[in-house]
Design a protein around this ligand. Sequence first.
Ligand SMILES: [Zn+2]
Length: 185
Amino acid sequence: MTIAVSPQALPALVLNADYRPLSYYPLSLWSWQDAIKAVFLDRVNIIAEYDQAVSSPSFSMRLPSVVCLKTYIKPSRNPAFTRFNVFLRDRFQCQYCGTRDELTFDHVIPRCRGGQTTWENVVAACSPCNLKKGSRLPKQAGMIPHQKPLQPTVQDLHNNGRLFPPNYLHESWLDYLYWDSELEP
Ligand SMILES: [Zn+2]
């Protein structure tokens, strides 16, 4: 096959059978190769396409930009514990002073005191607050996180994610990203 335009940057947004993204964080994206494979395996319907096509002498096909699973997959309720998702839960703000600059991760109960790396013990903290708190307990340091750190739901992250739209979204994805029932009249 020859590709007219470098397709690395042309992933397909993957929707569940209910037309919602299969996952938001991270956003469910497939490479164009995986998307086309799924089309030929009859696992997805093509909802929207890019202008760019793949072609061979006997075959040509526009690359899918949005595909939809034919079979509904029950989405996982618990978002993955990732650095990005911790920042997103904390709205990219230091949980001690509120700044958005120089964000790092703070173990509320320091690791050297047995604190674990979990949703309940890791918060976004700016580098100065992190240094200031050091290896002290929150009460010793007089530094208590603004929000008690908890495992968020997918919906929590989704709500926060609306505040921080990704830098680049293909226009054909937009109809599927920011819709949900609370926006319905
Ligand atoms: Zn701070």
